[in-house]
Design a protein around this ligand. Structure first.
Ligand SMILES: [Zn+2]
Length: 112
């Protein structure tokens, strides 16, 4: 009985028309096929999940940055109203709230 050496079933394209089977060492049998460490479905899945987690984190950071920008513009708008009548209680309250919103947006971004 001769045992055939297991090898990765991934066909890699290296310039030839049909390509050739991957020559990296055998790693595991998964989903009905034999694979090297690079082409194993579990490796590819883990890599994709890692990349998607990174993208989700970057998206959150970008959104937090936009929220800071929005809050900064709100402070400027409200401050323009306040400067026209600095003693007005409504203007003071609006400015305090806008500043608090900006601080909250910055703290939220820092926490990411
Ligand atoms: Zn392979």
């Amino acid at each position: 009985m001769t045992e055939e050496k297991k090898r990765c079933a991934k066909r890699v394209y290296n310039g030839s028309f049909r390509g050739s089977l991957c020559s990296k060492p055998y790693f595991a049998t998964e989903d009905g096929g034999d694979w090297c460490k690079v082409h194993a479905p579990s490796t590819i899945k883990a890599k994709n999940e890692k990349r998607e987690a990174l993208w989700a984190k970057q998206r959150k950071q970008r959104e937090a940055g936009y929220a800071i920008g929005d809050a900064q513009r709100a402070v400027i708008d409200v401050a323009k109203g306040w400067i026209s009548d600095p003693g007005d209680e409504l203007n003071i309250r609006a400015l305090k709230r806008a500043i608090q919103d900006l601080i909250d947006a910055e703290n939220k971004a820092k926490a990411l």
